[in-house]
Design a protein around this ligand. Structure first.
Ligand code: SAM
Length: 283
């Protein structure tokens, strides 16, 4: 950061100690989906996450940092980048930061970013690409964990089908550990998904508790793969199940009827990406 940038950023920092401040009220409101939708924004906590998001080109609207962050070079650099991107920088009291994050020991930095969705029509997977479609996923922790796992295995992205939980909810963003910024997410209706699926040339692998095929017996190589996972309570509805090339099952012992959705997705993704992942390949 140049000296000029540094002074510019420091000069534009607003100090806020009141919970009644309208900027603070707007950020607090992002805890509710209604306001996230209205503002088309969401909140991410932690300096590393904010820096990663900036590096990946996400648009920052507001950077909030605790007084303790003053003079911290990494915080000041993030502040300068926020100002350069046309955003606002707020230095707030611990009390305000706790109220924004609804946590007793909040992270030192919070960023407010514009939401971003991929368009289904632009998703045209190539051989070797893996996408995950989630049918009506309800649980924010499950969705966040799936996004993190999709990122970890090098799959391309996630398609949310039907009425789902919000990928930009605070709990979901937390569970992604930053992967929300790395993994494209599209959302669509079941009808639009089925229409898009007709033009998909790869293998559509559904997972189902009544699946007749062991998930380890399928050759996923050489074609794009779409992994379709069912809703936590009801599993895949018949129409979606019928759209799959294969209905796969993960064998189970013991008393549990099924695996947790995010665990089942992880098991499947590691099988599908088995040959693509090595310990040496990480950049
Ligand atoms: N009661 C639901 C049902 O009858 O399908 C259980 C759904 S399970 C919690 C959520 C999703 O995880 C399932 O729809 C399926 O996609 C996947 N899943 C969980 N365990 C599985 C298994 N053993 N084999 C295949 N898929 C599984």
């Amino acid at each position: 950061m140049s000296e000029h940038e540094h002074r510019r950023a420091v000069g534009q920092v607003k100090e806020v100690t009141s919970l009644a401040n309208p900027l603070v009220k707007d950020i607090k409101a992002l805890a509710l989906k209604k306001f996230r939708d209205q503002q088309h924004a969401f909140m991410a906590e932690g300096l590393k996450l904010v820096i990663d998001a900036l590096d990946l080109g996400w648009q920052i609207r507001t950077l909030v940092f605790a007084k303790a962050g003053r003079g911290n070079p990494a915080v000041e650099k993030a502040a300068a980048r926020t100002v350069a991107a046309g955003g606002t920088v707020l230095e707030v009291s611990e009390k305000v930061l706790s109220a924004i994050t609804r946590r007793d020991n909040p992270q030192m930095v919070v960023g407010v970013f514009s939401q971003r969705f991929a368009a289904l029509k632009d998703i045209r997977p190539k051989p070797g690409d893996v996408w995950v479609a989630l049918d009506r996923v309800r649980d924010p922790g499950n969705l966040g964990t799936v996004l993190r796992t999709v990122d970890a295995v090098g799959a391309r992205g996630v398609i949310l089908v039907g009425d789902t939980t919000d990928p930009f909810a605070v709990e979901t963003v937390r569970a992604t550990m930053g992967s929300v910024f790395a993994v494209p997410v599209a959302k669509t209706t079941q009808g639009e998904f089925l229409a898009w699926r007709k033009g998909f040339s790869g293998i559509v692998a559904g997972t189902h508790l009544k699946g007749a095929v062991d998930y380890r017996s399928v050759d996923f190589s050489g074609r794009p793969v779409l992994l379709l996972m069912g809703n936590e309570q009801q599993g895949l509805p018949d129409e979606l199940a019928a759209s799959c090339d294969r209905l796969l099952r993960i064998p189970q012992a013991g008393r549990a009827d099924s695996l947790n959705l995010a665990v089942a997705t992880g098991v499947m993704l590691y099988e599908i990406r088995r040959d693509a992942l090595t310990l040496e390949a990480r950049p």
